[in-house]
Design a protein around this ligand. Structure first.
Ligand code: SF4
Ligand code: SF4
Length: 491
């Protein structure tokens, strides 16, 4: 048997603290009075609204249409009234403001009639992809990439291995674990639809860390007799990140700048897989998601089915948040999440966890000291980067060196910061440096675009002038006093 641990370089074993929420079955969170629905819960252009202020809407009704290939529509999670369009703070590490639809919930739970497909194998694939798109399904585990776009791999790159990512390796978070335990049939059915859409890859597997034995048992039962395989993998953070998971499962390393589909692999998240199943089987857009609400400052930790757009303040109120005990609030897990500074931000498709730890859970945040070049960060980096060098060059803003040291291969897993002897918040530096480089690249692209437009305009004007001159020439010549003299003399 292959030692799968050997395939995964670096990584850490932080205390997983999942027991606080893992044993509570999924509970429906009471609805908030108002929902905040960002027009962009996906990578790509924001959707554009198709409703008016004051309009009454039903659950599942289209509120905003997709605007382009990487954009997705937004639906109403329940019935209510559109009460405004506002720029609101949305879940993002940089505290972004973004356009949102404000919805007043009426509590009547009325919904539009939705229709799915009984037998997906009898439906043309283009129709299935259109259904996934029109239900607004996006990757729920990362940046929110539209699932239909991801399912159309680039020409010539056939998918050999489909991996449904049930690893959920980040401490505290148990939303996928509960989903796999309680809805294993939906996960397997979603995996089968995805496999069908990818022309049945040689392997279709659900990868789960071995610290989730009940989920593994439920999935194995649901998958028995089907082509879906359930693979139990060793627990080690960050084995659930896409690149690490691919390496663990296939032994292949994804080269820098390449997509998994380039090496014949596709990874889909558990919640996304269930979303695909419900979109195809029931025609249902994703109006809610399971979010883990946990930490010792939460009186009733657990996994809650929360309507999209529910403000975090409502989530905290319903779960017995005790602010006097809380050291901070985090959206996501302790390793890759970000600090919540405004509790009015809404739950969106990618909100897998709201974490409220106490001081003793995380300990004092020690003041960062100077780097002592101990090298511990490099030992744990799963991407085999040199975190210490990246830190130096981030500080000196040496963008060329940062790119040479493959800053963009950093998956922001936080393993280096976790072990740092000097308590340096390394990932903050990398995120800021990536932002600076992206800004510079955008500025350079804008300048190059402006130069190209200017050159085209000059060329157009030169061509027009040449055309005008060419038209004027015969007129000028005929108007000249010497015009026709030669012919006269000769004749
Ligand atoms: S450098 Fe990036 S990928 Fe490496 S350990 Fe640090 S955060 Fe993770
Ligand atoms: S672990 Fe911290 S102190 Fe040690 S080399 Fe890395 S950045 Fe420097």
């Amino acid at each position: 048997m292959i030692n799968l641990f050997k395939r995964l370089r670096g990584g850490i074993h932080p205390p997983d603290r999942k027991q606080m929420s893992a044993e509570h079955p999924i509970r429906l969170m009471p609805f908030a009075d108002r929902l905040v629905l960002p027009l962009s819960q996906h990578i790509g252009t924001p959707a554009h609204t198709v409703v008016k202020i004051g309009e009454k809407v039903l659950g599942g009704q289209l509120l905003a249409e997709a605007d382009g290939h990487f954009s997705l529509p937004v639906h109403s999670p329940t019935s209510g009234k559109v009460i405004g369009f506002e720029d609101r703070r949305v879940p993002h590490p940089s505290n972004l403001m973004a356009p949102c639809i404000m919805l007043e919930v009426d509590g009547d739970h009325r919904a539009v009639e939705q229709q799915g497909f009984d037998d997906f194998e009898q439906v043309p694939k283009a129709e299935l992809l259109a259904a996934i798109r029109s239900c607004g399904i996006a990757g729920m585990g990362g940046a929110g990439f539209p699932t239909d776009a991801k399912l159309k791999p680039r020409a010539g790159s056939a998918i050999e291995t489909l991996i449904i990512n049930g690893m959920e390796c980040e401490p505290y978070i148990t939303a996928d674990d509960r989903l796999m335990r309680e809805h294993a049939d939906d996960v397997v059915a979603g995996a089968r639809i995805l496999a069908h859409l990818l022309d049945n890859p040689g392997r279709c597997l659900i990868a789960v860390e071995d610290n989730k034995p009940e989920a593994i048992a439920q999935l194995r039962q649901a998958a028995s007799g089907s082509e879906v395989e359930v693979l139990e993998l060793p627990t080690k953070y960050p084995s659930g990140s896409e690149k690490q998971l691919i390496q663990l499962v296939t032994g292949q390393k994804l080269p820098t700048g390449r997509l998994p589909s380039d090496i014949g692999v596709m990874v889909q998240n558990i919640t996304t897989t269930v979303g695909v199943f419900r979109a195809i089987k029931h025609g249902k857009p994703m109006g809610a998601r399971v979010t883990t609400v946990t930490g010792k400052a939460i009186a009733n930790p657990g996994n809650y089915k929360v309507l999209m757009g529910t403000p975090v303040s409502h989530v905290l109120k319903e779960t017995g948040y005790q602010p006097e005990l809380s050291s901070r609030l985090i959206m996501g897990g302790p390793m890759m999440g970000f600090t919540i500074t405004d509790t009015e931000i809404p739950i969106i498709k990618t909100s897998n966890c709201v974490l409220a730890p106490t001081q003793d859970e995380f300990g004092e945040v020690d003041t960062p000291q100077a780097c002592i070049r101990c090298g511990r960060c490099a030992q744990v980096c799963p991407m085999q980067l040199l975190p210490q060098q990246l830190y130096w060059y981030s500080q000196s803003r040496d963008q060329d060196k940062l790119q040479r040291y493959n800053l963009f291969d950093c998956i922001e897993c936080g393993s280096c910061a976790y072990v740092c002897t000097s308590n340096i918040p390394l990932v903050h530096y990398y995120r800021a440096a990536k932002g600076d480089i992206r800004n510079r690249q955008q500025q350079q692209q804008a300048a190059a675009g402006a130069k190209k437009r200017h050159e085209k305009r000059m060329a157009r004007m030169a061509a027009l002038k040449a055309e005008r001159d060419a038209k004027r020439k015969p007129r000028r010549e005929s108007a000249s006093p010497d015009a026709g003299k030669t012919e006269t003399l000769e004749s």
